[in-house]
Design a protein around this ligand. Sequence first.
Ligand code: GAR
Length: 203
Amino acid sequence: MNDRLKILKNIAILISGTGSNMEAIINDTLSNDHPGIVKFVLSNRSDALGLLKAKELGIKTFVFPVNRTNSLENFEKKLLKLLTNKKIDLLCLAGFMKVLSKKFLVNFKGNVLNIHPSILPSLKGLNTHKRILKKKSITHGATVHKVIPELDSGKILGQTTIKIRKGDTPDKLAKKLIKKEHYLYIKVIRNIMTGKNKIIQID
Ligand code: GAR
């Protein structure tokens, strides 16, 4: 066995949609100096575009639907089993639009990270691009943080910012920000996997 394989830490990614952050994370782990390996991608939605991308990149995918007949509690039970079976150390939420319960977070022994499109603690919750424009702010951004039961409230591990220009719309902001989100998320993952505590700031 190659030496690198012995020390790799196992990553799993949860998505609900496009999966561009997921793609950036997978691509980064494919470089030789990366301490992690993505073991699987899981979505609560079978139509999540990111599932196709993950498959193309050779990553195992799972769909555990959450709807009227399949509860979030059930989703979490099955997810926990999978995380244990695959010996996952780090669970990355990448555009995963469900809120994980306290019970799940207490039971999972690895780290759980999330990327949120605002400069937390400002603008927790949804529609952050629209809300930042309404605030007439000149700066917007994204945050990678540890996940705790309180929504978008765990320890901040890194942040990135963009300038808001005249004529920006929610769509334009989302497009500008997403590229910086990718860069931020992969940096934070490398940091946390190599035991570095420094908070990352990318302007
Ligand atoms: C990203 O902008 C991410 O920050 C946001 O969803 C988008 C997912 O894009 N996450 C949240 O709003 C979580 N509350 P992606 O699927 O292309 O990575």
